[in-house]
Ligand binder design. Structure first.
Ligand SMILES: Cc1cc2nc3c(=O)[nH]c(=O)nc-3n(C[C@H](O)[C@H](O)[C@H](O)COP(=O)(O)OP(=O)(O)OC[C@H]3O[C@@H](n4cnc5c(N)ncnc54)[C@H](O)[C@@H]3O)c2cc1C
Length: 521
């Protein structure tokens, strides 16, 4: 232990007021200070001059639990952040090079496959393969999505649904809501200032940040939420960035906001991710507008061609759209917590937003920090080591899961797709799993840690949605309950029909919630 700093942790200073900064502020304040008058103080400093990244509109279901635990009303969130529901990611044209673009797709839905009688996957592989799409066979949610329905009824309480769901949201409005909640309800102090320097103590810890408005601001722990720049952890403490572009090639995004063709156009309750020649395009429907972006590899295409592909996708609605080009740093820091500084947000790590992992990982790591922060500075390094191990594990697994979408594709139209399938670009752990899963379906034992971000069902939806072939062979004998499985498939079909009668249209549901609100849990 070389740190000379000892004593209690009394003040945490967060730098950066994007989604990551305000989520972190909310989690820390709720856990450490909101109910403890003499607890830890939380301050957030953000620049009025440096804009937030302004993208990040797709989430995953974990956000529901998080917002609920922070004490945010779902109805208020829906009203204030231009929110729509998200039940799935619809992957279009990912499996084969399309002859007729836009026609082939699969859903990665949020409901876990029905498994009250055990995993139905082997039975689907044996009897249904090639006929009923996997997501349709094991869950009702793909049907619900394709019929344009919402995940809940107006009479269900906040955060409850018939199917699992997350949200699409306006990133700027979301940061605004979190900021108001943090300041008004959780006691976070908010300062507008530019950080112009960072002063280190003799121990190497951060002693203070130097601002243009308030001079030096000291704290016991600093949280770096300054975006890709990573002003504190990366620049001031010199923690190296580990680039993972060797695995995930996409390093730029073009982003635009476009109007609907008609004001009352249906809103998909899923993100549409359409594969393109050198990347893929996200398409997210909010009540007031669409948000779309082309994520592509600059090693495989040039920016002009990328913009032309993107504008062609947007069609008439995109003709006058302002298109913003965003460079993306793909990878993560060698450590996420060093000395008295923790990075959360783009400063920590980032991979392309194919499965909306940004907010998910930042939210999870902000909660982990709030749950594990020591009261005493002298043991900070021990907490840091455990945090670093878990967060590194999570990022490595996220990268493998995103790579899965590319490396089992059969697209061969460009070098981008061929390079993505080349063995040397696939992490060894993923290669090994894929080799195993050729002969037996994945099981829960392939996902042993509680820090898995993506689990067995996520893999099943993507593998079998993409037509991955598992030859059961002799192992078929391990699955003798064919009759029961058949009945279960039939029950899922029947439930899907009855639920379709009950659930409202997606846009109508949002309108009703805005008008009448939802019952609190
Ligand atoms: C193309 C793209 C698409 C994405 N899509 C998704 C998605 O669908 N789902 C998802 O979960 N995530 C997505 N993400 C990630 C998402 O953008 C982030 O999760 C989220 O916005 C968090 O950003 P941040 O708060 O870390 O950084 P930023 O939004 O960049 O905020 C940085 C903050 O630091 C402040 N700051 C910087 N320097 C200083 C300084 N010197 N002094 C004071 N303050 C300073 C700025 O003012 C700002 O407040 C996407 C990212 C990209 C690039």
């Amino acid at each position: 232990m070389t740190r000379d700093a000892t004593g209690a942790i009394k003040h945490i200073l967060i730098v950066g007021g994007g989604t990551a900064g305000w989520l972190t502020a909310c989690h820390l304040a709720r856990k450490l200070s909101a109910n403890a008058p003499n607890g830890i103080r939380v301050t957030l400093v953000e620049s009025a001059d440096i804009p937030t990244i302004g993208v990040g509109e797709g989430t995953v279901p974990a956000i529901r639990q998080s917002l609920h635990s922070l004490g945010i009303s779902e109805a208020e969130f829906i009203r204030e952040c231009d929110v729509s529901f998200k039940q799935s990611i619809k992957f279009v044209d990912w499996v084969n090079t399309p002859e007729t673009p836009g026609e082939s797709y699969y859903h990665h839905v949020f409901d876990y496959p029905e498994n009250s009688l055990g995993d139905l996957t082997p039975y689907w592989l044996e009897s249904q393969h090639g006929r009923v799409p996997y997501a349709d066979a094991v869950s009702v949610q793909a049907h619900i999505c394709d019929r344009g329905l919402g995940p809940k009824t107006i009479s269900q309480s906040e955060y409850q649904g018939h199917t699992s769901y997350a949200y699409h949201l306006d990133a700027g409005k979301f940061a605004g809501l979190l900021a108001r909640h943090a300041v008004d309800n959780l006691g976070v102090r908010h300062l507008l200032a530019n950080v112009v320097d960072v002063r280190l103590a003799a121990s190497g810890d951060i002693a203070a940040i130097v601002t243009d408005q308030y001079g030096e601001l000291e704290a016991d722990l600093f949280v770096d939420c300054t975006g890709f720049r990573s002003l504190l952890l990366g620049e001031a403490l010199g923690v190296e960035f580990i680039d993972r572009k060797d695995i995930l090639f996409a390093d730029y995004a073009l982003a635009a906001q476009v109007p609907y063709g008609e004001p009352d156009a249906p809103i998909p309750s899923y993100t549409i991710a359409t594969a393109q020649e050198n990347g893929w395009i996200w398409d997210i429907g909010l009540p007031g507008r669409r948000g779309s972006g082309y994520v592509y590899s600059s090693a495989h295409t040039d920016h002009e061609r990328a913009e032309s592909v993107f504008r062609q996708y947007l069609g008439a609605q995109g003709e006058s759209a302002q298109v913003r080009r965003i460079p993306m740093k793909v990878g993560y820091r060698e450590r996420f917590w060093r000395r008295n500084c923790v990075a959360i947000g783009l400063s920590q790590g980032f991979v392309e937003p194919l499965e909306a992992t940004g907010i998910l990982v930042y939210d999870a790591t902000a909660q982990m920090l709030a749950d594990t922060i020591p009261t005493e500075k002298s043991v900070m390094d021990i907490a840091a080591r455990a945090f670093n191990r878990s967060v590194r594990y999570s990022w490595d697994r996220v990268i493998e899961f995103i790579k899965l979408h590319y490396c089992i594709s059969r697209r061969s139209d460009t070098d981008f797709w061929l390079d993505n399938r080349s063995a040397e670009s696939i992490p060894e752990a993923l290669r090994e799993k894929l080799a195993l899963w050729r002969y037996q379906p994945p099981t829960q034992y392939d996902f042993p840690s509680r820090f898995e971000i993506f689990n067995l069902p996520n893999y099943q939806y993507v593998l079998y949605g993409m037509g991955f072939e598992t030859a059961l062979g002799e192992t078929a004998a391990r699955y003798p309950n064919r009759q029961m499985a058949h009945q279960q498939f039939e029950r899922i079909k029947a439930y899907s029909r009855s639920l379709s009668q009950e659930l409202p249209g997606h846009r109508a549901l949002i309108e009703k919630i805005k008008q009448y609100g939802l019952q609190k849990i």
